[in-house]
Structure formats: C-alpha cells, structure tokens
Design a protein around this ligand. Structure first.
Ligand SMILES: *Cc1c(COP(=O)(O)O)cnc(C)c1O
Length: 355
C-alpha cells in the first residue's frame, strides 16, 4: 500500500533521527512517574478524579463550559460530527483536512455525513471560497450543518490560521446556520507560534479539541471541549463507539503533565523546524515550504528523485521522514529531536541526494 506507515523491519539500521511524525515521541521518565502516581476511578461513572481534573483544565483553557477525555483525536472529530449533524447532512472542511482524507471515511461511515472539500493554499480557505460552497436551502440539497477548520493545518504545512481570517470564516458559517468545529490536534503549536491564547483562538468555535500525542508527548489521549449540552449529548457517542473508559486517569495524568511541562517548549520545536528548513533549502534541487510551526514540507522534484526513494535511502542512514506525495516529504520536529539531530539529518539527506 502506497504511503502506508512504515513497520518495524529488522533489516533496517537503528533510528538516529526520527522526523517521521511528532506522534513518535516516547513518554519521558517524569511523565511515566506522574502516570504511576495518578489517582484513578471509573470514568464511565464520572469517578476518575484525574480525568475530571484534566477536563476542567481543558474547558478553562479553551474557554468552553465542559470537556470530555477520549483516546484519540480521530474519535474527537467523529464524535463532534456525529453529535452536531444528522445523517444526510453535509459538513464543510478543507479538501486536504485530516477528517476528510485520513479518518477512513468516518463522517460517512459513522455519522452518515457527506464531507464537502474546500480549496485553499496551505490547508486554509477564505470566506469567499466557503460562501461559494453554500447551497441554496432547498428540499433536495443536503443541509449544511457543520464547518470544520484545522489549527494548525497538518497537510497544509503546519500552517496557522490568521485570527482575522479564522473569525471571518467562523462568523460566516454561523450566519449560514452552521455549527463550527476546530480540529485542534496541534492547537497549542498555533498558540505558541502566534501568542494568541487558546480560548481566544477557539472563541468562534462551538467545539474544539486538542491532541496530547502530537507535540505534547503523551502516549494517548485527546480532549474535546464544548458547551455543557454538547458534552452531555457527546457522551452517548463516546459510549457507543467504545470510547468510554475505566481507570483512564493513568493516561489523563500524562496529559496533565504535558500541559505543565511540554507546552512552552513547543517553541523549541518551531525553532528546530526553522533550522531544518534552512538546512534543507541549502540542498540543491530541494524546494522547501517555510514552516510556521513544527512541520516541514519539502519537494524533491527538482532533484529528480522520488520522495519514496529519498525516504528509503535516508532511512538506511537512520533518518525517518514521511512521504506525502510523489515528490512531497514531511519532516516533523518534536521533543525527542534536538538541534544536533536536525543538523545530522540535514547532512545525511544532503549525502543521499548527492549520490
Ligand atoms: C493526528 C491528527 C488527527 C487524528 O488524531 P489521532 O490522535 O491520531 O487520532 C486529526 N487531525 C489532525 C489535524 C491530525 O494531525
């Protein structure tokens, strides 16, 4: 299968620099210690104090009334859609958004919702593009009930929605009668990069979630936030999908640890991504998108080498990157990659292309 995640392969040399994804981090000793000490209970009964503390903290951080702990970001997206839409409804999202292309057709399979893809550079779109997709409200048109925006836009290059553009789109969606959802898998990267607090960034969104397994270094967990009424209804879907847990506080403790220790340091990942981009841009033939956060996308077409070939060769040197298209490569910085690793990776990628 093309572009499938690589599997452990005994024939491959050990990894030296893992730029494959910011999901590849291992929980630190201190994070595991926090997990070991977590007070736990039965989440399905509302009795897990660590999960409750995490949800309270996330609701406050995002400026919403309530929150729900879930195992993955995908489940946050799917529950938000299923709760806010009815079968046959249409949701609007960027054509390259994670929910549209990377969740196995979940909106159709789970909620019975059709996703309409909007175009725009770097995973963003403007209010005119969205308005052009509004359908006259007729009996034979699908009701357009939800707009989803991704902050940061993953396949757009880790780009940050400028707050003015974001609010214009969210306001117009509300005026059209839609609810608004923010896929905030990397919301804190956007917050750290822009200096705009999460509650301000998500102010125009009815629902918003944050993933703890991206830059934040937790082994699992994501938190979905919204109104008290929304979270009440979302619990039925959490139960239905098997996302309702027991002593999940052992994982929520890792998320609380991440909020205390791993948010501000995302700035280091952004600086490392900028250094990585500068280094890659100095390699003849590579065309590098200027990163805004921790995701660096580059194009190998000018070198004559396919992305898959380059990824295979650098993996032989102990560097892992991900292939996003025939010539498109993604390299992510995260808390298990330091500046020395970035410099090493640039040198090895340069060598592989020189051969
Ligand atoms: C990773 C990601 C998701 C899904 O999160 P999981 O925790 O992997 O299920 C959703 N949206 C975006 C933008 C992502 O990057």
């Amino acid at each position: 299968m093309a572009y499938a995640p690589s599997r452990p392969n005994a024939a491959l040399p050990p990894l030296r620099v893992n730029l494959y994804s910011d999901t590849q981090t291992r929980p630190s000793a201190a994070m595991k210690d926090a997990m070991m000490r977590a007070e736990v209970g039965d989440e399905q009964n509302g009795d897990d104090p660590t999960i409750n503390a995490l949800c309270d903290r996330m609701a406050a951080l995002c400026g919403k009334e309530a929150a729900m702990f879930l195992p993955t970001g995908t489940m946050c997206n799917q529950i938000a859609i299923a709760t806010q839409c009815r079968p046959g409804d249409e949701m609007l999202a960027h054509e390259a958004s994670h929910v549209t292309v990377n969740e196995g057709g979940g909106p159709g399979a789970i909620a019975g919702v059709v996703a309409l893809g909007l175009r725009g550079a770097r995973g963003l779109f403007d209010v005119d593009t969205m308005r052009a997709a509004f359908r006259e409200k007729r009996r034979n048109a699908p009701p357009q009930t939800l707009l989803s925006v991704e902050q940061t836009a993953n396949f757009g290059g880790g780009s940050v929605w400028p707050i003015g553009q974001l609010n214009a789109v969210l306001d117009a969606a509300h005026a059209w009668g839609m609810n608004t959802h923010m896929d905030g898998a990397r919301l804190m990267n956007a917050v750290v990069a822009s200096g705009i607090p999460a509650h301000e960034m998500a102010a125009g969104c009815d629902t918003v979630w944050l993933d703890f397994t991206k830059g934040l270094g937790a082994p699992l967990g994501a938190v979905l936030c919204g109104s008290t009424a929304f979270i009440d209804q979302a619990w039925r879907w959490k139960q239905r999908l098997g996302g309702s847990m027991r002593q999940g506080g052992i994982c929520a403790a890792a998320c609380l640890y991440a909020l205390d220790h791993n948010v501000d340091r995302l700035a280091e990942d952004h600086a490392n991504a900028a250094a990585l981009a500068r280094g890659l841009a100095s390699i003849p033939g590579l065309s590098v998108e200027t990163p805004e956060t921790n995701l660096v996308f580059f194009d190998t077409a000018g070198t004559g080498m396919a992305a898959e070939t380059l990824a295979g060769r650098v993996r032989q040197q102990g560097v892992m990157v991900s292939v996003m298209g025939p010539h498109r490569v993604r390299a992510c910085t995260h808390l298990d990659v330091d500046r020395a690793g970035v410099d090493l990776a640039v040198g090895l990628i340069r060598d592989c292309l020189a051969k």
